[in-house]
Design a protein around this ligand. Sequence first.
Ligand SMILES: C[S@@+](CC[C@H](N)C(=O)[O-])C[C@H]1O[C@@H](n2cnc3c(N)ncnc32)[C@H](O)[C@@H]1O
Length: 225
Amino acid sequence: MEEPTLQQQLEKMRLDWDERARENARYYVNTASETWSDEEFFASGERTVAEEILTDMTNICQGKEPGQMKVLEIGCGAGRVTRALAGLFGEVHAVDVSGEMVSQARKAVEGFPRAFVYQNNGKDLDVIPAREFDFAFSTIVFQHIPSKEIIENYVREVGRLLRPGALFKFQVQGDATMETRPDDTWLGVPFSEREAVEMAHRCGFEPRYRHGAGGQYFWLWFFKR
Ligand SMILES: C[S@@+](CC[C@H](N)C(=O)[O-])C[C@H]1O[C@@H](n2cnc3c(N)ncnc32)[C@H](O)[C@@H]1O
């Protein structure tokens, strides 16, 4: 089989995630339930923020008041984490490749006038208005992206928008035993520790901390130089 081009991969990501969103967006976002109520679904986003952000405020805020911070989110899905971020930080800008997911995320942040959700092309942040951001976050998104080139492009793009010293905290697939294919938009490409560190250096970040190498939840703390 011929390798798909980057454009074909992006198109497939959009189509596949739109289809998943139409079928059962909340399930594909968080497979812990097929029948999420609003309350439970948004509580799961609050839990993610409690576990990954509230425990890590020194690295994330660096002395700034959360209410004064501008935050980026890559791959917002149906908006469960976006909504929790909007309740904590001053301004939130989130992107997703799927227009169907974006519609749901926009509904999730109704009532948060400083939360903005955009459909993007699956690889860059051109849709985000020019601003200097204080923090960027992404969870259970890159683990679905079948291309290192696309993931690295996002890291570079986040670097373009973050202020110097700010943190991009994100999760990638670290389990290299997974059988991934370039046209599969469910199982993303795995990163080794070395690959992650090299990517940080190429993209202008200091890879200060890592957690969970070798597993599905490989978390990276990249600080913009
Ligand atoms: C499992 S969901 C997680 C959503 C959200 N991060 C959360 O934790 O609730 C993965 C999301 O990543 C989005 N996604 C997949 N590939 C993407 C890409 N290349 N660019 C932007 N979003 C992407 C999908 O559309 C989907 O909404």
